[in-house]
Design a protein around this ligand. Structure first.
Ligand code: C5P
Length: 403
């Protein structure tokens, strides 16, 4: 996949008087380097004609779900996958209610369910509708799922009322949504571990784990897209080679340790996503272990903690660790952050019904010394992009603040 500097925005236009402002919003987003595809609700078409948005966005506008001609072009699922972000502006009270309830009765609400892209909403409605407990509850639900709420602003309204409910100005929205300018990690060297390790018992057997390497590979590509030179040290996975500067393939924890430590002096950021075996068989046998009637006892010895060793270097690179926990996720993760001397830790809940090892989706709690952020359940590619942006934010902040 070629590297993109633009951001693909599906702009969903709801049926409110502020829909006219979204024409200008389309222009402003394009000026800021976004590719924009517009989807309008039926109600929105009563306020602004689709042709207006088509002319400004430069692409056909979708208004219905069951449109064979449109589906023959970019189908709704393709559109859902294409998007880096779904921005709904104006988001009316009715649209927010349908989104909160998970209703998919038109193209826009169906896209909102089908896309893995983050959702941004610019609410616009009468001030009484905005203040109504039903709207506020829907807002809480959407927020708790990770939706970004832009505004609304306060002031005079089209209906003559004064109060909260005005859609933010197109310029304000476009400045928030714009893709990160340039390559914020240009010149930065990232060393990243991914995948499982295999600890040999004999020439044919090993101790391993369920890590697929998907999260680490996706993160390596997301950091590459932000301009970093990424060296990936990966354990055995079934994944195709990712877009990174260099990939070093290893099998055991000791090999991963050697590959990382020999490169640690040349990295600015170290990201440890690998599921490294804590123990290895004390003496792997040169020949296949034969079975007999009795029990077999394996003696295991500790593997070095690669992440803790890199974090203990002076000066240390910016270090990011992962914590896969089955319970008390935040508590254990924060403990690990302090104990290993990390800058940032990404904690995930494993062993539940969804997410984690061997899955395509995951949710993370990101924790650093004086803050935390939730990244709700989504596909690992999208999650990796958001995590990469947070790593950039924390990394640049550490460089701005002398320690
Ligand atoms: O202590 P725990 O294994 O739970 O810590 C997990 C974090 O430490 C992960 O970021 C993992 O990549 C890293 N790690 C490591 N070397 C080890 C064990 C864990 O780099 N031997």
């Amino acid at each position: 996949m070629a590297r993109r500097n633009s951001s693909r925005v599906v702009l969903g236009v709801g049926g409110g008087i502020s829909a006219y402002k979204s024409v200008d919003l389309t222009r402003r987003l394009k000026e800021r380097g976004c590719e924009v595809r517009v989807v309008m609700t039926q109600a929105a078409t009563a306020f602004v004609g689709p042709l207006t948005f088509q002319a400004v966005s430069g692409h056909p506008v979708r208004t219905t779900l069951l449109d064979p001609a449109a589906e023959a072009g970019m189908g709704h699922i393709e559109l859902a996958r294409w998007a880096d972000r779904l921005l709904i502006a104006p988001a009316t009270a009715d649209l927010m209610a349908r989104l909160a309830a998970g209703i998919a009765d038109d193209l826009l609400t169906t896209l909102a369910l089908a896309t893995e892209a983050p959702l941004s909403l610019a609410p616009a409605m009468n001030q009484a509708m905005w203040r109504h407990p039903a709207t506020q509850r829907n807002l809480d639900i959407l927020r708790s799922r990770g939706a970004q709420i832009l505004g609304p602003a306060e002031g005079g309204q089209a209906c003559g009322d004064v109060g909260p409910g005005r859609m933010l100005e197109p310029l304000e929205i476009a400045d928030i949504i714009r893709p990160p300018t340039g390559a914020p990690l240009a010149g930065a060297r990232v060393l990243l571990t991914a995948g499982p390790t295999r600890e040999p018992l004999d020439p044919v057997r090993f101790l391993g784990n369920r890590s697929s390497g998907k999260m680490g590979f996706a993160l390596a590509e997301a950091l590459t897209d932000l301009g970093a030179r990424v060296v990936l040290v990966s354990g055995p996975t079934a994944l195709p080679a990712p877009r990174v500067a260099e990939q070093v393939c290893v099998e055991t924890a000791l090999e991963m340790h050697a590959a990382v430590l020999s490169r640690a002096a040349d990295c600015d950021l170290f990201v440890a996503t690998a599921a490294v075996a804590d123990y290895r068989p004390a003496e792997p046998l040169g020949q296949k272990i034969k079975k007999d009637a009795g029990e077999l006892t394996l003696r295991l010895v500790r593997n070095p903690d690669i992440l803790a060793e890199v974090a203990a270097r002076r000066p240390p690179p910016f270090t990011v660790g992962f914590a896969a926990e089955t319970d008390r996720v935040e508590e254990y993760a924060r403990d690990k952050l302090v104990r290993k001397g990390l800058d940032l830790i990404a904690a995930n809940h494993v062993g539940g019904a969804r997410g984690g090892f061997e899955r395509d989706e995951n949710a993370l709690t990101l924790i650093w010394k004086d803050g935390s952020r939730e990244l709700p359940m989504r596909g690992k590619t999208q999650l990796a992009r958001e995590l990469a942006l947070l790593i950039v934010e924390r990394y640049l902040e550490r460089h701005a603040t002398p320690t």
